[in-house]
Design a protein around this ligand. Structure first.
Ligand code: SAH
Length: 326
């Protein structure tokens, strides 16, 4: 990973014997980039094709001295959040460790240096693909690979509670949680996994996750949906919900995609919401929308998901594009 060498024979710092056994039992297979799309703001989206023809998306986001790679963990997603376009694709399969870390490999080689941050915020639910995601996050932090600090690798989850407890045992990374609603009734509708793991289970699990490290806070992701979850009374309910949990709030303007009936909250309402949280002592940021001109923003990654027979599932976006074309 560090030297970017793909040929075992060129790994001359390994013994001949080890190189020979690597030849016999392993391969280095790089992701196949079928599409590279740069955005006006410097963000780059790569579409990668996997050995079985499935496609995933990876996004590179430069920001001053920082550079963040947004990595996918699954082909599609099974969780069906109502405001996310990846959900429209359905779910095909988990990614392997190689396919996950291959995205970081590619970004590093392409940009000529390792990223400063990695976020598991691409397609898929990382905690639904537990072992490969943990192994890949270990490699991101490994001194012999990408050497990222534990504060610069972030897993984002919609809240698979038992796996949050498991993760805490085996890994030390930053935690982001897709909250999006302050009560169960609304969250059941927006993030259906909430029906299985409701807020009264999710919040304590998150609090537990950051308990042993004073530097850590839970980053809550909250998509601002016009007229749905963006009123001052929602903000008040959030403040009550998060009392006692070290928290940072990332407000995300809703990124639209074809076929959705949601709209983003207007900027003044987002600002009023943010101010309400700030006054209650909750650090709240408006997440800048990056790469939206190339459909690389949060919730806009669609890849190309195939069903078991290899038939491509036509996404709403593709259908829309096709309709426009005709
Ligand atoms: N499945 C994980 C990883 C995805 S992270 C998770 O749910 O956390 C991507 C983030 O973008 C999540 O917080 C997700 O809820 C949010 N998101 C999804 N669709 C969006 C959209 N259309 N606009 C803005 N944010 C969206």
């Amino acid at each position: 990973h560090k030297h970017g060498v793909t040929d075992f024979d060129a790994m001359t710092d390994l013994s001949k014997k080890l190189r020979a056994s690597l030849h016999a039992c392993a391969e280095v297979r790089l992701p196949k980039i079928i599409f590279e799309q740069p955005s006006l703001d410097g963000t780059v989206k790569w579409v990668m094709e996997l050995a079985d023809g499935q496609r995933i998306e990876t996004v590179y986001i430069p920001d001053g001295n920082r550079s963040t790679v947004c990595v996918s963990s699954q082909v599609g997603c099974a969780l069906d959040c109502s405001f996310c376009s990846t959900a429209q694709q359905g779910f095909n399969r988990n990614l392997t460790v190689g396919e996950i870390i291959g995205q970081v490999w590619h970004a590093t080689r392409q940009m000529g240096k390792a990223p400063t941050n990695v976020v598991m915020m691409g397609m898929g639910e990382p905690l639904a693909n537990f072992e490969p995601v943990v192994s890949a996050m270990d490699l991101m932090q490994d001194d012999l690979a990408y050497i990222l600090s534990k504060y610069r690798v972030t897993i984002s989850t919609s809240g698979i509670v038992p796996n949050l407890y498991r993760l805490r045992e085996v890994s030390d990374v930053s935690l982001a949680v897709s909250l999006h609603a302050p009560d169960n009734a609304l969250r059941d509708e927006l993030v259906p996994i909430n029906r299985r793991y409701p807020l009264e289970e999710l919040i304590p699990a998150c609090r537990e996750f950051v308990r042993n490290d004073k530097r850590r806070k839970v980053t809550w992701e909250y998509v601002m949906l016009d007229g749905v979850n963006d009123s001052i009374s929602h903000a008040k309910a959030l403040i009550r919900l998060l009392e006692g949990t070290p928290s940072k709030m990332n407000l995300i303007p809703f990124n639209p995609f074809p076929g959705t009936s949601y709209r983003s909250s207007p900027p003044e309402r987002i600002e009023a919401f943010r101010q309400k949280l700030m006054k209650a002592g909750i650090m709240a940021n408006l997440r800048k929308t990056r790469g939206d001109d190339i459909d690389a923003a949060c919730g806009q990654l669609v890849g190309k998901v195939q069903d078991r027979s290899g038939r491509t599932l036509v996404s709403l976006r593709q259908r829309h594009t096709r309709e426009l074309a005709s």
